[in-house]
Design a protein around this ligand. Structure first.
Ligand code: GLC
Length: 550
């Protein structure tokens, strides 16, 4: 994407930082090399598999635009855009929320038919991410900038649950604009978890905020926003929450159930993959934006150390493939001391039956959770896609994740992309793990439901690993149903065939996710906004299985 307004030199330091060795980040000021575009050329050449040189040249050529204005492939092949695209843009624009005349976000769902509004009339931080990406890709950055500034202001509020004060850095889960037609005033109410069902603070909000700030900067080339003292402070406050010292023995981030997209009790407490992958991505994004001033340096040092430890931990202990599963199956238990192989004392008997059938010979994934004597073997889509995008997964692991997806297409995609997790939990396990949650019954909602919003992350992961054909297959499925079903929030059933029991219609992130997926496939250079290249300093020490090397 072109960035005409900024001086050339300031456009590049961010993309250069992505490729920066972590160890060097401490010693050197940020590189300033003259480059024409804000996206990362190296990443483009590396993702070229699956695209012809011509496609990429088109995407690189100065002046190339996002497809809504001048769609590349349509120009090339002169075929019409899918009719759903125009409908989706219309619906996305309808969902825009204004504060004192300025667009500041998009409402979660614009579903007039639904009797229960709950908080679906609010702007959710996580839900706005695909909307923001759609606007950025379409050359409309203002709403994204306003959103980032508005949420930054909200972060400054005092947050309490009863008599307990929350950490300063906590970002809201959602906010709502109240219009007073008589006084002609707009006010905002925000929810940091104190009104949320279950009263959980959204750990993911702060991470998404940092990731989005980087996407904005990368896409527009406008460094002035991220470099303001306010934004620098906002980043530092978020980081202080998760980089503070405590009793931890692991570099992963300990959290409560329901603190992210899965915002109800689903057995995702402890060290859930979704949070760990977002944590990793936010740390790397922050590293590329923090100033090397006195306050910034202190955080940069902490980030570098944490990233080393976190990538080692995740790549070794969360990774599961055929070989690793076989190793765990044969684990000894009750080992003491540094020589222990089974460090977390996982009981082989706790391996669920399904995983033996599910695991293909080729392929692998990051499991849902690892903590003392507990491995949650469930596959979660968001965490695995973000692991690819952030390069938490090594290139071999990224390929293995895609291999698994292809080999287990029926289970993970079925008729509607993409399952939030696999498999579901049922019967007594459902009773114990969810606390009998009627919304999370088997193969529904967070319990193995299929969420169209996940399409954008899947598509980005496909592009990054050079396998756009997988994304095309998923988009075909979406195009056969989503519009006809009025853009539902989620689908139910083992194959994702049924519109979700309590799914909202016109769910904004289902709409925006589709647009983002389409735009990325049309112009793969967009992926630079939400993808980070591998850092060579974080290579894994252990080689565990064939799927890493083949
Ligand atoms: C549900 C989802 C959550 C989403 C919210 C608004 O609570 O679980 O992830 O942010 O709806 O769409």
């Amino acid at each position: 994407m072109e960035c005409p307004k900024e001086p050339l030199e300031s456009q590049c330091s961010l993309s250069e930082m992505d490729d920066f060795d972590l160890t060097r980040a401490l010693d050197k000021p940020r590189l300033k090399i003259e480059r024409k575009r804000s996206f990362d050329e190296r990443s483009m050449s590396e993702l070229s598999t699956g695209y012809s040189r011509h496609d990429l040249d088109m995407a690189h050529s100065p002046g190339s635009r996002s497809f809504v204005d001048t769609p590349l492939s349509y120009v090339r092949n002169s075929f019409e855009p899918h009719p759903m695209v125009a409908e989706a843009w219309e619906a996305l624009r309808r969902s825009m929320v204004f504060f004192r005349g300025q667009p500041v976000g998009t409402i979660a769902a614009y579903d007039h038919a639904s009797e229960e509004v709950l908080n679906y009339d609010q702007v959710f931080v996580r839900d706005f991410v695909p909307s923001a990406l759609a606007f950025l890709m379409n050359g409309e950055p203002d709403i994204v900038k306003n959103f980032l500034l508005k949420t930054l202001q909200l972060q400054g509020w005092e947050k309490r649950v009863d008599r307990f004060k929350l950490g300063e850095g906590v970002m809201p889960a959602s906010f709502k604009v109240l219009h007073d037609p008589v006084r002609k005033t707009d006010t905002i109410v925000a929810d940091f978890g104190e009104s949320a069902i279950g009263r959980v603070a959204p750990v993911d909000s702060g991470f998404w905020w940092i990731i989005l700030l980087r996407a904005y900067t990368k896409s527009t080339g406008d460094l002035t926003l991220s470099e303001t003292p306010e934004c620098q402070r906002g980043i530092r406050l978020i980081l202080s929450l998760c980089l503070s010292e405590g009793f931890d023995t692991f570099p992963t981030l300990l959290c409560a159930d329901g603190c992210s997209m899965v915002d109800r009790r689903m057995g995702v407490y402890g060290y859930p993959i979704e949070i760990q992958a977002l944590f990793f991505m936010a740390l790397r994004s922050a590293l590329s934006m923090l100033k090397h001033d006195e306050e910034g340096r202190e955080f940069i040092e902490k980030i570098v150390k944490r990233l080393h430890a976190l990538s080692f931990h995740m790549r070794n202990y969360f990774w599961l493939d055929f070989q690793q599963l076989n190793d765990i199956y044969r684990y000894k238990t009750e080992e003491y001391s540094h020589t222990a192989v089974n460090k977390f004392n996982v009981m082989p008997d706790s391996i669920p039956d399904w995983v033996f059938d599910f695991m293909p010979l080729r392929g692998g994934y990051f499991v849902g959770n690892v903590s003392p004597a507990r491995m949650d073997f469930r596959w979660f889509s968001l965490g695995n896609c973000v692991a690819i995008l952030s390069s938490l997964a090594t290139p071999d692991q990224s390929m293995a994740i895609m291999d698994l997806l292809e080999q287990r297409w029926e289970e993970l995609v079925g008729e509607m992309p993409l399952k939030i997790c696999y498999p579901c939990i049922e019967s007594n396990e459902w009773r114990i793990v969810t606390g009998c949650d009627p919304k999370n019954t088997r193969w529904s909602y967070h319990n193995g439901g299929s969420w169209p919003v996940l399409l954008w992350m899947l598509t980005a992961a496909c592009i990054k690993t050079g396998r756009p054909q997988i994304a095309r297959r998923a988009i075909d499925l979406i195009e056969s149903r989503l519009h006809r079903d009025c853009w539902p929030e989620y689908y139910d059933g083992k194959l994702g065939r049924y519109v979700g029991k309590q799914a909202r219609k016109y769910q904004t992130w289902s709409i925006a996710g589709y647009l983002v997926a389409k735009m990325m496939l049309e112009d793969p250079s967009h992926i630079g906004m939400i993808s980070l290249e591998e850092d060579k300093q974080m290579k894994p020490v252990l080689k565990r299985s064939a799927s890493w090397t083949c």
